[in-house]
Design a protein around this ligand. Structure first.
Ligand code: HEC
Ligand SMILES: [Cu+2]
Length: 327
C-alpha cells in the first residue's frame, strides 16, 4: 500500500504544471497543427494497440497447450492472410502519412503578405533578432504582436542551432549560409519559453530563449523604445561613470551600444536594461547577476565567449549602473 501510494504520488506530480515548455498546450496556429497531428496519430495508435492486444489475448487463451491435446495445425501459404497483413500496415501508414504531409506543408513557413519579418541569427550561445522592416534589433528576447503572422528567417553565425518554442513554433534548424523559415501567429499574449534544440557546444543546454507576445499597443511601445537611442546618463551619476568605464574597457570590442561602440561578437546592449533576462535568457537581469556575469561569465555559463573582465569593484558597480540605465 505505501509503495502504491508512492508510485501514484510520483505519477501525479506529472499533472501539476505549469508547463512553460509543453507542446501539448499550443498557443499558435503552427503548434496547434502539430498538436492535432500528434493527437490524430495517437488515437490511431490506440486503435492498433487494442486490436493487436485483443488478438494476442484471444490466441493465448484459445491455443494454449492443454494436457492431452494434440499440437495445433500450422498454417501454410494462406493467401487471404498474406494479403491481409500486407494491406493492414499499408493502410495504417497511409492514415499516418496523409495528415503528416498536410502538416508539413501547413508549417512550411510560407508567410502571407504583410507578415512581420524577423531575422533570427543563432550564436554560441544566444539569439540575435533583427526586424528589417522596423529597423530595430534585439537579443535573446523576441517580441511579437498577438494574432499577427510572424515570419522568422533563420540562420546561424557559427554552428547549427535549432529554434524551438514548444507552445509557439519549431523545431527548425539554423544553418550558416542558408535561410530556414518558420511562420506562426500566436493566439494569446504572454511569455513563452524555448531553447536551442540542436547540440551546439558546451552551453547548448544554456541557450534558452524567451518570446513575449504582446497586444499591438504594447508591442508598438516596445518598438518605439528600441528605435530610440540609448538613454543618456545623468551628469555625475554612477551610470555616467559607468559609461566611461565601458568606453575604455574591452566591452567595446564585442558589444554594440548605439553611438558608443560597434562590437559584433556579443549581444547588442543598447537596451539591455529593458530586458528581463540575460545570457541566452538564462539568468534574471538583476544587479547581482550582472555583477557576477561581467566578473566571470564562463564560471556561470560553461564556455561562454565573454572572458572574465577583471574590473575593480568601483568600476564594476559603475558599469552595472550604466547597463541598467539603458532601458
Ligand atoms: C570577447 C568579447 C566580449 C567582451 C570583451 C565582453 N563581452 Fe559581454 N558578451 C560577450 C558574448 C559572446 C556574450 C554572450 C554570451 C552568452 O550569452 O553565451 C556577452 C554577453 C554580455 C551580457 C549579457 C547580454 C544579454 O542580453 O544576454 C552583458 C550584460 C555583457 N556581455 C556585458 C559586458 C561588459 C560590461 C563588458 C566589458 C566590461 C563585456 N561584456 C565584455 C562577449 C564579450
Ligand atoms: Cu544548441
Amino acid at each position: 500500500m505505501p509503495l502504491l501510494l508512492a508510485v501514484v504520488l510520483v505519477v501525479l506530480t506529472a499533472c501539476s504544471g505549469p508547463f512553460p515548455q509543453s507542446a501539448l498546450a499550443p498557443r499558435s496556429d503552427f503548434s496547434t497543427s502539430l498538436d492535432h497531428l500528434f493527437t490524430n496519430i495517437f488515437w490511431w495508435a490506440v486503435v492498433v494497440f487494442l486490436v493487436v492486444e485483443a488478438l494476442l489475448l484471444y490466441a493465448i487463451g484459445r491455443y494454449r497447450a492443454r494436457p492431452g491435446a494434440a499440437a495445433p495445425k500450422p498454417v501454410h501459404g494462406h493467401t487471404a492472410l498474406e494479403i491481409g497483413w500486407t494491406l493492414a500496415p499499408a493502410l495504417i501508414l497511409v492514415f499516418i502519412a496523409v495528415p503528416t504531409m498536410r502538416t508539413i506543408f501547413e508549417t512550411a513557413g510560407n508567410a502571407p503578405e504583410g507578415a512581420l519579418r524577423v531575422e533570427v541569427i543563432g550564436h554560441q550561445w544566444w539569439w540575435e533578432y533583427r526586424y528589417p522592416t522596423l529597423g530595430i534589433g534585439a537579443a535573446n528576447e523576441l517580441h511579437v504582436p498577438v494574432r499577427t503572422p510572424v515570419q522568422l528567417e533563420m540562420t546561424s553565425a557559427d554552428v547549427i542551432h535549432s529554434f524551438w518554442v514548444p507552445r509557439l513554433a519549431g523545431k527548425r534548424d539554423l544553418i550558416q549560409g542558408r535561410i530556414n523559415r518558420i511562420e506562426f501567429s500566436a493566439d494569446s499574449t504572454g511569455e513563452y519559453w524555448g531553447q536551442c534544440a540542436e547540440f551546439c557546444g558546451a552551453s547548448h543546454a544554456n541557450m534558452r530563449l524567451r518570446v513575449v507576445v504582446q497586444l499591438d499597443t504594447a508591442f508598438q511601445a516596445w518598438v518605439d523604445r528600441q528605435r530610440a537611442g540609448p538613454a543618456a546618463p545623468a551628469q555625475g551619476s554612477p551610470a555616467e561613470r559607468g559609461q566611461k568605464v565601458f568606453r575604455r574597457s574591452a566591452c567595446i570590442a564585442c558589444h554594440t551600444i548605439t553611438g558608443i561602440s560597434q562590437g559584433k561578437i556579443g549581444p547588442e546592449l543598447t537596451h539591455v536594461g529593458g530586458r528581463a533576462t540575460i545570457a541566452g535568457a538564462l539568468f534574471p537581469n538583476t544587479t547581482d547577476m550582472l555583477r557576477r556575469w561581467i566578473t566571470n561569465a564562463p564560471s556561470l555559463k560553461p564556455g561562454a565567449l565573454m572572458p572574465p573582465q577583471g574590473l575593480s569593484a568601483a568600476d564594476l558597480d559603475a558599469v552595472v549602473a550604466y547597463l541598467q540605465s539603458l532601458k
